[in-house]
Design a protein around this ligand. Structure first.
Ligand code: HEM
Length: 469
């Protein structure tokens, strides 16, 4: 195996790197347009540990086996940097844990963790999730087509505004949603992936628009933080309130800037991935009626007025959510940059190289998941998987901090809707396509409510499905 220095000089020619497609240009185009097709193509390079994905940014050595995933995800955190900070900077702020590494990153995680683990907080979040799912789904007229992904996005946005920001007053919620929407609309993929385009052009270009939207949302969040700090500490359990009372290990208090940056990270890291997964769950369940029937039978074992946290204990619901996260993990791959050389599988990868864990490829390995494109939740009952074989939320120091929150939302939203309504699928074929930085269903999963399964009209069934179509 060549020494690190030799490998470094070979970097641009890819000499010494594992096999992979030859054209950086076409691989980059395919990555942007058809990531799932690209992952399938990469699998042909081997039953080995790693494969090289040539990109315009330089080659990425990617893990396609659980062992190499382990090599990357359990490497000393001091040896790994975040990948592509210039691109991430459009979405995540500099003091948020997403942008930090090493000691600083660990310090921020410790500060945030209790807001997701406290039992009273978890129960409060569960109630919001159920109430919001039922309220928003009941606004859809029976018989009218709607897009499940849009419904799930509305539900998750409201859940995050209540559970993460702790905003309960409707006017304030509406303003926050408006500001967030403006920022989303101003964040074009071109600006994210090509930092060179970020010019103000006298205040009229897309970047200037983005800066204005960003400044408006930042002001609103700082205002929220100031008012929350000024109000007496009460019994409120939401991520912001818990963060304001949290302390670092040395007893110091997180600044307003840190709180702002963390809130933005939690907001942008999570709700789209969760909403996408919910829409896939509905797609798969309605493609495979026997799976749906089995899940309905399991849900029927619980009384109608059950506490929403009870859904967390249902094994088939757990298997359905896991199988959904397996086939198209919404965070399709995980990236790092090496500060020092690292052995990944049988490859010694030099410092400065980008490395990746291709979750989608690992989740489609025949040896782990026979007939990988078949939706079969039963596989999770038949055997157990190590954290490096099934890793939709990542593993190790950077594992998704919102994983429990997201998994709870998946189960509660799916179970609450299924117990109240019977639905039908409008578009049986739903190719997985690039959506932002993740992968999602091309048509957003078009469905129709067939009837109210409890036979009583849900409150406020007024037919506002146009907003979701
Ligand atoms: C189904 C839904 C979700 C999936 C599949 C998912 C997946 C992931 C994955 C794979 C990572 C690890 C990234 C890496 O190793 O580079 C991650 C990180 C993260 N996720 Fe999630 N996520 C979901 C929902 C959420 C939610 C709801 C939140 C917040 C409320 C959230 C907040 C975060 C944050 C802040 C990080 C960065 C952690 C760090 O760098 O230490 N995620 N997520």
């Amino acid at each position: 195996m060549p020494e690190a220095a030799e490998m470094k000089s070979a970097k641009s020619s890819r000499e010494g790197f594992p096999e992979g497609p030859s054209s950086a240009f076409w691989t980059s185009v395919r990555y942007a347009r058809d990531p799932v097709g690209l992952y399938r193509a990469l699998t042909k390079y081997g039953d080995g540990h790693t494969v090289t994905m040539p990109l315009l940014l330089g080659p990425i050595v990617g893990a396609i086996s659980p062992q190499s995933a382990k090599d990357i995800l359990t490497a000393d955190t001091a040896s790994l940097d975040i990948f592509g900070p210039e691109a991430l900077a459009m979405v995540f702020r500099p003091r948020s844990l997403v942008m930090l590494s090493g000691e600083q990153h660990a310090r921020e995680r410790k500060l945030l963790m209790p807001a997701f683990n406290r039992a009273d907080a978890v129960r409060a979040y569960a109630v919001t999730m159920q109430e919001t799912a039922l309220q928003y789904a009941s606004e859809i007229a029976v018989g009218k087509p709607f897009v499940m992904q849009k419904l799930a996005q509305r539900i998750l946005l409201q859940v995050v505004i209540r559970d993460v920001f702790g905003v309960t007053e409707p006017d304030e919620q509406a303003e926050l949603k408006q500001r967030v929407r403006e920022l989303f609309e101003a964040s074009s993929p071109a600006l994210i992936f090509f930092p060179g385009l970020r010019h103000r052009f006298g205040g009229i270009g897309p970047y200037a628009n983005w800066q204005r939207a960003d400044a408006r949302l930042t002001r609103l969040i700082h205002d929220l933080i100031a008012r929350r700090r000024a109000s007496p500490p009460g019994s409120k359990v939401d991520v912001l309130s818990l963060l304001l009372t949290a302390r670092y290990e040395d007893g110091s208090v997180p600044s307003d800037e840190v709180v702002h940056d963390e809130l933005m990270a939690l907001f942008f890291a999570g709700h789209a991935a969760t909403a996408t997964t919910i829409s896939w769950v509905f797609h798969w369940l309605h493609r495979y009626p026997e799976t749906l029937a089995k899940l309905r039978a399991e849900l029927a074992t619980l009384p109608q007025d059950v506490e929403p946290t009870s859904y967390m204990k249902l094994p088939y619901l757990e298997a359905v959510c896991n199988e959904t996260l397996r086939i198209y993990p919404p965070v399709a791959d995980l990236y790092r940059k090496l500060r020092v050389p690292l052995r990944i599988g049988s490859t010694m990868v030099p410092a400065g190289t980008g490395v990746a864990v291709f979750t989608t490829i690992i989740h489609a390995r025949e040896d782990l998941f026979p007939e990988p494109m078949r939706f079969r939740p039963e596989r999770f009952a038949e055997r157990s998987y190590t954290p490096f074989e099934f890793l939709p939320y990542g593993v190790g120091a950077r594992r998704c901090i919102g994983a429990a929150f997201a998994h709870q939302a998946l189960k509660i939203v799916v179970a609450s809707i299924l117990r109240r309504w019977e639905l039908g699928l409008e578009t049986p074929d739903e190719p997985a396509v690039r959506q932002g930085v993740g992968v999602g269903p091309k048509h957003g999963v078009r469905m129709r409510i067939l009837r109210n399964a409890t036979e009583e009209q849900a409150p406020g069934a007024t037919g506002r499905s146009a907003a979701l179509s």
